[in-house]
Design a protein around this ligand. Structure first.
Ligand code: CTP
Length: 353
């Protein structure tokens, strides 16, 4: 902590909430500015003031933070936070540019309400956002130069302007795949049905509703893609007709349905196509249907999961999957969806040139 930061919060508070020792004084332990940084993979300066940024840019080392910065050899993430007038200052901008040109990653700042009451750019990025920069900085870029299309969430098939058929998909698995692909350096196109999850900043994002809209968005983006991961729970059927006016109770005694376009199968039947991954959500542990789906839809890989098993499937943060491809089946234990995304992408990296 710098002198200035200690005017806002005491080291004791940080020690208590983080459970870590807080370092403030270069001379408390003569070598700590070397030993601390030598043991670290990543350094995050958050919030980074205009003063600290200027010191880092010039190589000034006159307190614990700036000496640590100077001695550090790993990846650096800088999350500026200051008044918008200071953020627009040319000296500050040049200092930041210098740091970025030397390899530092700039995270933020964001537009928002500042200490002076103004609404402007200068707020420190949300912690989750900075953490995402951190994860990305520590991830091997094995998908760099690859374009990956990911579909996520449910689709809605409308009966009339207010009612639709849909399913319980939250979009979590698809979003986790898109996030992990971004961390690995891919160019990501995320096409999602209605979901409460926030769009990913670095992905090209398409919000769709119906299976037909999802199909259109997928095919419009297909060119140049290395892989398509169909994690969306696309409705298999839609109402035969969509009424312009709200149906009355007596109108909907039965509901004629028609099949939606099968996006996975349509790509699977193309002669020249990207690596194709489908999902098979089944109730029950038997993988036979999923394996048949691999062949019937012409996919390269099917991610099977039993939505009935505890902790797996819809709207939870974890999933237990079996990856099925032409070489066989690989079952995995229950794990967070982020990690499931990791193993799926590991496979894709093995297959795509
Ligand atoms: N899919 C698709 N287009 C559809 C329906 C499904 O692209 N109209 C994709 C999904 O994104 C998913 C896979 O196909 O990757 C799921 O296949 P599907 O046959 O729909 O399987 P389930 O719905 O899981 O099971 P069922 O065979 O019982 O319908």
């Amino acid at each position: 902590m710098t002198d200035a930061s200690r005017k806002f919060v005491t080291p004791l508070t940080f020690e208590a909430v983080s459970g870590n020792k807080v370092h403030t004084d270069t001379f408390q332990d003569a070598l700590s500015h070397i030993t601390l940084t030598a043991a670290a993979d990543l350094m995050i300066i958050a919030p980074a003031t205009a003063n600290s940024i200027a010191k880092f840019a010039c190589g000034i080392a006159d307190d614990m933070l700036s000496t640590c910065f100077l001695s550090f050899r790993g990846k650096v993430i800088i999350a500026p936070a200051m008044n918008w007038r200071m953020y627009e200052n040319r000296a500050l901008r040049e200092n930041l540019r210098a740091l970025v040109s030397r390899g530092a990653v700039q995270a933020g700042p964001e537009r928002g309400s500042l200490a002076c009451g103004d609404e402007a750019v200068g707020r420190m990025s949300e912690v989750g956002e900075i953490l995402e920069y951190a994860r990305s900085a520590l991830t091997r870029k094995d998908l760099s130069g690859k374009k990956i299309i990911v579909t996520a969430g449910p689709t809605r098939e409308y009966l009339d302007p207010v009612r639709f058929l849909s399913n319980r998909s939250s979009g979590k698995m698809g979003f986790a795949l898109a996030r992990e692909a971004l961390r690995r350096g891919a160019e990501v196109v995320l096409i999602s049905g209605p979901s409460s999850l926030a769009p990913l900043r670095k992905a090209e994002f398409f919000a769709v509703e119906t299976a037909e809209e999802m199909r259109k968005a997928v095919f419009e983006n297909l060119k140049g893609s290395s892989a398509v991961i169909m994690a969306a729970a696309v409705s298999d059927f839609s109402p035969d007709t969509k009424d312009r006016r709200k149906k009355e109770k007596s109108d909907v005694l039965s509901l004629p349905l028609k099949k939606t376009p099968d996006i996975l199968a349509e790509i699977g039947s193309m002669k020249k196509r990207p690596f194709l991954v489908g999902f098979a959500a089944e109730t029950g542990a038997c993988t036979d249907r999923a394996r048949r789906k691999l062949l019937a839809k012409g996919a390269d890989m099917i991610v099977f999961n039993d939505v009935d098993s505890p902790g797996s499937g819809f709207d939870v943060g974890t999933n237990q999957v079996t990856l099925i491809d032409k070489n066989g089946e690989s079952p995995f234990p229950l794990m967070p969806k982020d990690e499931v995304a990791g193993i799926i992408l590991d496979r894709i990296v093995d297959f795509i040139p």
